[in-house]
Design a protein around this ligand. Structure first.
Ligand SMILES: [Zn+2]
Length: 451
């Protein structure tokens, strides 16, 4: 649990600005104190200093066989961005939405690739009925993500020429990410979800979304969501990650209409996002919240990985989003599970300062808090705290941590919301006696009383 020394000066200062009148009113008198002081929503759950999310991309099989048991042992929930098309029982597999591909192939003989026809060709190229063409989609998409359109067009011209000349064997061959994810089943995923892990979309086939036309991009995003909804339920359609960490504006605009939370990018004005490639330090961003993404690869030394944790623990508003891919030789940049175990144990040692939670839960916490209202009133020597927010209550139903200042006469505080009753021991900081407790927003008022 948090103690006073961990709260930054700026947080305290801000709270002072928010509630000076109340502080004067209730903070100064000694003999007959009123029960109520100010109540605030702590920056992170349980009043912790920072949030940490462990996220895994692609759903390669050792993430579940090797990494998941370590996290279960330590009580850490993770977020898995899964490729849905290859999971047995999924309704939607990879395909091209559009004209017969033979027409497209024929046109490429006389019309070079340009801005008008690129997206259709790049969408179709993996599904022409040949093995090996999907790599050209990936390559062209990477060039689009890098802003190199002319080079992307050349890659597409090259692959269609090779197709016309009979350079590929017939059939279908997926990309590596799909191949390495083979083995997991919806039954298994449901079991892992019950253990507290979040499952989230990483599309149907792991394409370069920036290279797809509208119909195919929507197919990848919407049909992945449809299968997750059918297999896991609406709770798991909250978060998504467009493959390859794309920040392409067009992709983000489409995807954010379909998924409430994207690890790629989020629109909140109060949130600074530092992506995996950035050298910016999270302590320098001047926003209410800072999301700092770090990707651990085989080239990342463990001491550096540990320093990320130390950095966020030292700031009051940081959210460290760790991005992992392969584990034990399966998947991109696979890390040995022994290294992950040592790293997660390091995080565990700092758990008094860190809230380890799924990507979806941290997003919900920030959004609820930033859109919440707290009203405090008194009645019959009890304090009533009303917590509400303006967001869709079906999506945003995470309890928030409240910090209420109460009279020092109360040696133990009963916290009652609806049927739920708990007893909390008050603590002290420079502003007075306070309690930390969780409250459900948009529910009955929380009743605090001294016992
Ligand atoms: Zn991926």
């Amino acid at each position: 649990m948090v103690n006073v020394s961990q709260l930054s000066l700026s947080t305290m200062f801000k709270n002072l600005i928010l509630v000076p009148a109340v502080l004067v009113l209730f903070g100064a008198c000694n003999s007959k104190e009123k029960p109520a002081g100010p109540t605030e929503i702590t920056t992170w759950q349980y009043g912790k200093n920072a949030a940490v999310s462990l996220t895994y991309d692609d759903g390669s099989t050792n993430q579940f066989a090797q990494a998941l048991p370590i996290m279960n042992r330590l009580g850490f929930p993770a977020t898995f961005f899964i490729i849905t098309g290859q999971i047995p029982g999924s309704q939607y597999q990879g395909r091209f939405i559009g004209r017969p591909v033979k027409e497209i192939i024929r046109e490429t003989a006389t019309q070079p690739t340009n801005r008008e026809n690129f997206f259709e060709r790049a969408s179709a190229v993996g599904f022409l009925g040949y093995q090996g063409t999907i790599d050209y989609h990936t390559q062209a998409g990477a060039l689009i993500d890098a802003g190199k359109e002319a080079e992307a067009y050349r890659v597409i011209d090259e692959v269609y020429k090779k197709v016309r000349e009979g350079g590929f064997k017939p059939g279908y061959q997926s990309n590596n990410e799909v191949a390495e994810a083979k083995g997991v089943t919806w039954d298994k995923i449901r079991e892992y979800a019950k253990q507290g892990h979040e499952f989230a979309s990483h599309t149907v086939t792991h394409p370069r979304l920036a290279a797809l036309d509208e119909a195919n991009m929507l197919y990848e995003l919407e049909k992945s969501k449809a299968d997750i909804l059918k297999q896991l339920g609406p709770e798991y359609t909250f978060s998504a990650e467009g493959p390859y960490g794309t920040e392409n504006e067009r992709v983000v605009a489409y995807a954010s209409k379909i998924y409430p939370a994207l690890r790629n990018r989020m629109p909140e004005p109060y949130l600074a996002e530092i992506n995996r490639g950035s050298k910016m330090q999270p302590g320098t961003a001047k926003k209410e919240y800072v999301q700092w993404q770090r990707g651990a690869t085989t080239k990342t030394p463990l001491p550096l990985m540990k320093s990320w944790v130390d950095t966020v623990a030292a700031h009051p508003n940081n959210w460290l989003v760790l991005v992992f891919h392969g584990v034990d030789d399966i998947g991109w940049e696979a890390l040995p599970h022994e290294l992950l175990a040592e790293y997660f144990e390091y995080i565990k040692q700092k758990e008094d300062k860190l809230w380890v939670a799924t990507f979806g839960d941290v997003t919900k916490y920030m959004r609820e808090r930033m859109n919440a209202k707290v009203q405090v009133s008194e009645k019959d020597n009890k304090v009533l705290v009303n917590l509400s927010h303006s967001l869709d209550p079906k999506l945003y139903n995470l309890p928030l941590t409240l910090k209420s200042y109460v009279t020092s006469d109360w040696k133990t505080v009963q916290v009652k919301q609806g049927e739920k009753v708990q007893r909390v021991q008050p603590r002290q900081d420079t502003k007075g006696t306070f309690i930390l407790y969780q409250a459900l927003p948009n529910a009955q008022p929380v009743e605090l009383s001294g016992i």
